[in-house]
Ligand binder design. Structure first.
Ligand SMILES: Cc1cc2nc3c(=O)[nH]c(=O)nc-3n(C[C@H](O)[C@H](O)[C@H](O)COP(=O)(O)OP(=O)(O)OC[C@H]3O[C@@H](n4cnc5c(N)ncnc54)[C@H](O)[C@@H]3O)c2cc1C
Length: 412
């Protein structure tokens, strides 16, 4: 990896004894976190996954179980009620949960997506007011960036904030945010709105706000009927002249960069949803082909099948390394432009892998894999969401290419 900020070595090679090795092991604490969540996922998430998909009902029991296990505050600092396990801790937890249910994994992801901008640029007062409730599970939040006409092209957003003549420094927000994950359960929202000329495409025309669900003018709109990841709704948030006090502006007025910093730091977390899903799918299909008889052998005896399993395993391990590195970068505060390609590569690779691995699992089970008797068809439907959310695969490729063109990702 190229670090522009790392000082160039002067003179000859350092003594070998002074070299710090690259560490591929988790700390004892992270190891323990992984085993705890692995057990919880097997015992509590796995038996519920199909029913959550079928009913589409929010799994409050799992939210409670995550709260009891201290998983809702993994990436929040200890002085705000979290455990300080960081983005890497949350990544490891989500990987385990996503082996069985991506809806349950999304519940964990939502402890970071809307809180990210507050953690990065919020005031102490905002952090004290809004974050401890997330860690304890007494409140939930959601993230509102997209609009019907402005997904990848967020600068096209029409939600508008105008100065509130009734309150110095206050704002009036009007507009509709869409496809918002967890919108119905949330108590507060991180919302982005245009604070300058609505036609402006300048980055400093957009500002982030904290908006509470109970405020006048805040309402829920349509709820989407989704192909997968059912159980955690996506839907519209309607804002009608909502009065937002000055103390609920996150960062600076015109601080659109915050949306990108927040999303950059999320890449390993969304990647973990893909890795867990791919691991679950590959393990399930492998066990199946080992016992499925055909042509006087098992399906697993065919070399063609073994090579598919091997290629998928290579993909999974590559995704894990990319994602843990991305999480370590994000935890070190390295989620600005220079580090974007490393973060985007992890998201791109892991989420595309989820689609490939779940497709392979359906294929390896044949007709059985297409039926609801097995979780493979559910994983296949769930996986597709991951290459769209939080920056599509094409958007990630654009960011990676920009990194190479600008030599942020360069090998010389
Ligand atoms: C299940 C689900 C949950 C979501 N949750 C949230 C949420 O909680 N909060 C939130 O704010 N949003 C959320 N979203 C919205 C999501 O972030 C957007 O769908 C995403 O940013 C893409 O925007 P779009 O759907 O408008 O696609 P478009 O931007 O219309 O893109 C359509 C296609 O064109 C491609 N494309 C676009 N621009 C380019 C380009 N420059 N070069 C090459 N190809 C391009 C895209 O990759 C895509 O394939 C969610 C979406 C889904 C499906």
């Amino acid at each position: 990896m190229r670090h522009k900020d790392r000082g160039r070595r002067q003179g000859g090679a350092p003594a070998v004894g002074n070299l710090r090795p690259v560490d591929f092991e988790f700390s004892a604490e992270l190891d323990q976190l992984q085993s705890t969540v692995r057990r919880l996922a097997r015992d509590k998430v796995k038996p519920r996954a199909r029913e959550i998909d079928r009913s589409g009902e929010y799994p409050s029991d799992l939210f409670g179980a995550f709260g009891d296990a201290g998983l809702l505050g993994l990436c929040l600092p200890e002085d705000l009620g979290g455990s300080g396990a960081g983005i890497l801790g949350l990544t490891i937890a989500i990987e385990e949960v996503a082996k069985y249910s991506n809806a349950a994994a999304l519940m964990l992801l939502l402890t970071r997506l809307p809180t990210g901008p507050v953690l990065i640029a919020g005031t102490d007062e905002q952090k004290r007011r809004y974050l401890p409730g997330i860690a304890s599970g007494t409140s939930r939040a959601a993230f509102g960036l997209s609009e019907a006409q402005a997904g990848s092209d967020v600068m096209g957003m029409r939600t508008r904030a105008v100065p509130d003549s009734g309150r110095d420094g206050g704002w009036l927000l009007t507009g509709t945010k869409c496809w918002m994950s967890g919108v119905r359960e949330a108590d507060w929202y991180t919302v982005f709105a245009k604070t300058a000329d609505p036609e402006s495409r300048a980055h400093d025309s957009i500002t982030a706000f904290i908006v509470e669900r109970s405020w006048k003018g805040v309402d829920l709109g349509r709820v989407d009927h989704k192909m997968g990841v059912r159980g955690v709704d996506t839907g519209e948030l309607l804002l009608d002249s909502v009065r937002v006090p000055p103390e609920n502006v996150i960062g600076e007025v015109g601080g659109f960069r915050l949306a990108m910093l927040g999303l950059n730091s999320m890449r390993p977390i969304v990647a973990a949803r893909g890795i867990g899903l791919a691991e679950g799918a590959l393990m399930y299909a492998t066990e199946y082909v080992k016992q499925r008889a055909a042509f006087g052998r098992t399906i697993a005896d065919f070399q063609g099948i073994q090579w598919e399993i091997a290629k998928c395993a290579v993909d999974v391990e590559a995704a894990r390394l990319l994602t843990y590195r991305a999480a370590a970068l994000a935890d070190a505060g390295k989620f600005n432009k220079e580090h974007v390609p490393y973060l985007s590569i992890a998201k791109y690779h892991a989420t595309e892998l989820a689609v490939r691995a779940s497709g392979l699992a359906v294929q390896l089970l044949g007709a059985a894999g297409y039926m609801e008797d097995h979780p493979t068809e559910l994983w296949y439907r769930d996986a597709k969401q991951l290459t769209i959310v939080e920056g599509t695969s094409q958007v990630q490729l654009g960011l990676i290419a920009r990194g190479v063109l600008d030599h942020d990702l360069w090998w010389d």
